[in-house]
Design a protein around this ligand. Sequence first.
Ligand code: PRT
Ligand code: ZN
Length: 217
Amino acid sequence: MQTNPRLTLAIQRKGRLSDSSLSLLARSGLRFEPTDNALICSAQNFPVDILLVRDDDIPTFVKDGVSDLGIVGENVLQEQAEYTHDFEKVKSLGFGQCRLSIALPTEIPFTDIQQLQNKRIATSYPKILRQFLLSQQMDAKVISISGSVEIAPRLNMAEAICDLVATGKTLAENNLKEVFTILESQAALVKTSKVLSTQKKHILNDLLQRLDGVLAC
Ligand code: PRT
Ligand code: ZN
């Protein structure tokens, strides 16, 4: 017996992009009821299954074709850049805006990014930071930590940090100042590069039309 195909879309289960991702889908007319611990949730009125996962895993799911689509920050996509030929960015979605910036302790005067030459920079985005340093022909020691990067200068682990900034409140609270933006980011819809069946392509086109309608408002 042949079952009707359904598109899969991976979104962040719990975090900064979750509510806006669910809201975008709801405003696009999809009806679904995610429960607290559910990892998958089927739209009741549209052939889409929503996978609720950690944001860092979304590029892998989409790359492997486990999920046809994903909604994830461009910062995460870029950090996992080896996958770029395995998925296509369909569109930016206008939420989850932030920037990846270099920040210094407030008391350190900033003149030029070159002053970080041979210094230590703590970050959760080692790949993007290394690419940036290379583009500036700079050498600096990249200290890779997975969270609470803002604490590194106070612990004398690093002279600077490279982290996501939205309002700048967290930096200020930690006596840090933003001095240089490396990357502007927002949430994006990505699609697997694996070939979709004709039926799935139809579902995708329908979904994209709905999303475009909402995003145009
Ligand atoms: O559990 P999971 O792995 O899914 O979530 P996560 O903890 O890795 O990610 P999460 O929910 O923190 O962020 C998901 C995505 O939201 C990021 O990848 C970005 O694309 C986007 N985003 C937008 C942000 C921010 N704004 C943001 N402000 N991600 C993180 N922050 C953090 C930042 O790291 C810093 O600690 O918020 C702090 C700074 O915020 P401000 O407003 O004080 O400047
Ligand atoms: Zn994450």
